[in-house]
Ligand binder design. Sequence first.
Ligand SMILES: Nc1nc2c(ncn2[C@@H]2O[C@H](COP(=O)(O)OP(=O)(O)OP(=O)(O)O)[C@@H](O)[C@H]2O)c(=O)[nH]1
Length: 414
Amino acid sequence: MPREPLIAIVGKPSSGKSTTLNSLTDAGAKVGAFPFTTIEPNKATGYLQLPCACSRFGKEDLCKPNYGACKKGTRFVPIMLLDVAGLVPGAHEGRGLGNKFLFDLSTADALIHVVDVSGTTDSNGKATRGYDPLNDIDWLQEEIRQWVQGNLTKNWGSVVRRHTSTKSMAVETLQRQFSGYGANMNMVQLAINQYYKDYQCTNLPPLETWDNEMITKIVKSFLKIKFPTVLALNKIDHPDADKNISKIVLKYPNDKIILSSAITEVFLRKLAKQGYVQYEEGTEFVDTHEDIDTLKVMDEKLSQRVEKIRDLVLYRFGSTGVVQVLQAAVDILDLVPVYPVRNMNTFTGSSGNNVFRDCVMVKRGTQVGAVARSIMGDVTIVAIEGVGGIKISEEDVVDKGKNDILSFKLVSNN
Ligand SMILES: Nc1nc2c(ncn2[C@@H]2O[C@H](COP(=O)(O)OP(=O)(O)OP(=O)(O)O)[C@@H](O)[C@H]2O)c(=O)[nH]1
């Protein structure tokens, strides 16, 4: 994943995708610029919250990121989000805005599947009552599988002929066929390993003998690797949500599931902007005039609404869950923050007193040399220094809190 990670928000109409996106991208006055050169219409910048390196050294007051923000040691790192609207059942056959959106999806590294757990919208997003959202999870996975499988098997005869005549290995042939989804050899090998795990076997039958059932299995395993998914069970504020949540958690015990109420997050942020509450995003803490007397006084109706939100969402679930949804997506991608600095004694950049100006998210286990090249291009590295001036080799790997603050000494161009 040499470019910035891209996380797609998917789900049926009216599940709450836009509301989730709005709450993730509206970071209010807190954040500044973002690093992406082009933002296309269906892309937006979300802000991942994580403990910043400045808090390890008590330098919170000097932390001023080039991109995003840092507030009292909590870093807001910009992450690119893709809004995949218009997915409806039958999209792989071109229904709705079908193939275009599925095509957009191919650039995503992970998915946030927003599921309406209130059961108040049917499979097409129309208002109803008592709908079973379990259908939506299966439907979305199936829709993507049928699209990928359709693309793979369209010319299966010639794929097999070429495979045989070039004496290719299955991993090579699959990589060629899946290259449109950004799949490299490593990803395809991981997919094959996933297949071994899913179907408890140790080798693949010859590709020439694969029937539809076998191809389905391979595609399913590939999709697990290509699109790791967080299930955002949204609308938990609704009274019908509880029983649906239990059913989903029981059926998908191994999935990454986060409970959310996007509408509550949007509402609380609005009240905070208007000066009625002080709200710590991602937490259950909402202070009102009773706690902090500089906050505006709310009328009876507004007070009752905030009280209801506390009871129905914040105290029951610990937060609105929206901040955690993005954190979960970054977790399943196994990304960790790395802070390149110029001066390892002061943690500053090329000028000024501000510390930890840059932060990039890289896959855990990436070699330090590869991190340098992904930031600065094809450079020649003379030395790499870590905290305390320790020497780090290009082959050392990045981990959470380890080899994550780096100073690269390069060959000078002059
Ligand atoms: N009760 C409740 N309603 C919500 C929540 N999130 C969104 N909604 C409502 O659900 C409806 C659909 O929300 P959107 O965010 O527009 O849904 P969408 O998935 O973007 O819909 P499309 O644009 O049609 O694809 C709106 O009326 C929202 O106010 C939530 O957490 N709780």
